[in-house]
Design a protein around this ligand. Structure first.
Ligand SMILES: [Zn+2]
Length: 236
């Protein structure tokens, strides 16, 4: 049983590494999340600016239309001035013209302001689109990095699997079956040392009989609580 235990120890070393690498492999794609999120934020910001730009441009068109209407009405009123018969009519129309001109100058001011806003937003839009592009590039680079790391992990896993396949035939099938079962149920840790009379896996204190049997190495001894295979660490 001593030899079997030694082989199981080597197997456990390999399996610990295999489990660690497989976990790493599973988590790798999650590393893309940050880059994805930054890109989504940049895209959201760019869309928000675009919406504001569209609103400002629509508003500007509206005001330009109002301006054209006001200018046309001034022209029409000025024509009417030639046809009036009384002073009273004349001053009423003149008053209307003054009003329309006041509207026109206000509209011109508003249009100027809107043009400035549009210009400003266009500059902001350029910046935001630049950021979107930068984040797209960053995401692509991250994808390349992760692909490379995953293939390196894959190669490492395959190397370890080969080493593992060399070891498993050396363990009696019953012992191996027990080991494999616990390995699968206990997240990659099936063989643990007894540490200060307790299971090195779940810390449960072991009865003296179990500890004695572990010393004797006549058969595989397991922890009653977590089912892991126990051994006495001679080096400790
Ligand atoms: Zn245990």
């Amino acid at each position: 049983m001593t030899e079997a235990l030694d082989t199981l120890k080597k197997l456990q070393e390999l399996d610990s590494e295999l489990f660690r690498l497989r976990r790493e492999e599973q988590h790798k794609p999650l590393e893309l999340e940050q880059a994805r999120q930054l890109l989504a934020e940049a895209q959201a910001n760019a869309s928000a600016v675009e919406a504001r730009l569209n609103t400002a441009q629509l508003k500007r068109k509206e005001k330009e239309l109002e301006l054209a209407t006001a200018e046309a009405s001034v022209k029409k009123l000025q024509m009417q001035l030639f046809q009036v018969k009384t002073n009273k009519e004349y001053s009423a129309i003149q008053h209307e013209i003054d009003q329309a001109k006041a509207d026109i100058s206000l509209l011109e001011e508003q249009i100027l302001e809107l043009l400035e806003t549009v210009d400003q937003l266009k500059r902001e839009q350029t910046q935001h689109l630049g950021r979107v592009e930068a984040q797209q590039t960053a995401l692509k680079q991250e994808e390349i990095r992760i692909r490379q790391e995953l293939s390196a992990l894959e190669a490492q896993l395959q190397r370890l699997e080969v080493q593992r396949a060399d070891l498993t035939p050396l363990v009696a099938s019953e012992s191996l079956a027990l080991y494999e079962r616990v390995l699968a149920n206990r997240d990659g840790l099936a063989l643990v040392p007894i540490v200060r009379e307790s299971c090195g896996g779940c810390n449960m204190v072991q009865p003296p009989q179990v500890i004695n049997e572990a010393y004797l190495k006549a058969k595989l001894v397991t922890c009653d609580s977590c089912n892991r295979i126990l051994y006495v660490d001679e080096t400790a």
